[in-house]
Design a protein around this ligand. Sequence first.
Ligand SMILES: [Zn+2]
Length: 178
Amino acid sequence: MNHKLFEEWILQDGPPPQDERLGLQEHLQECGECRQLADAWRSAELQLRRASQAAPAAGFTARWQARLAADQQRLQRRQSLAVLAFALGAAALLLGSLLLVAIPAAGSWNLYFWSWLYRLLQTAAVMISLPLFLLSLLRAASQVVPLAGWVLAAGVMCQMMVLWVVSLRMLTQPRRIG
Ligand SMILES: [Zn+2]
């Protein structure tokens, strides 16, 4: 008898053809090897059919979404931290290079640093406050002053701008303190 053929019949999907089933059953009674195979195959098939499809645990979607949100938050935090670190690093680099340029070879380092810092802050304050002040002045004047007065105001404005630029230059130009 051909074991190979019976094995094929055993392992095939569904029962063998009618006239071959008898031959197979006869062979299974005689041949322990094929009987074992048939039994194993039948039980395996049964278990496969019985096993339900693996389903995700309850709340899987919610957990997944929460984890996704947390991941995104972490990424955003990391990115903003990187930006902050970059900005701080750039500021430190700028300050350091400015200091290197500003420090005279001979002279009091401490005094020079503080005077430089003071000048920087003063300049910043002027740069921020003066245009704002002028703008508010202009806005107030626009409600009172007629067109004839505007020419005068423009002239004054130009003079003030010149004054501003000049004072800015005087403030920013490094002077030796000795
Ligand atoms: Zn056999």
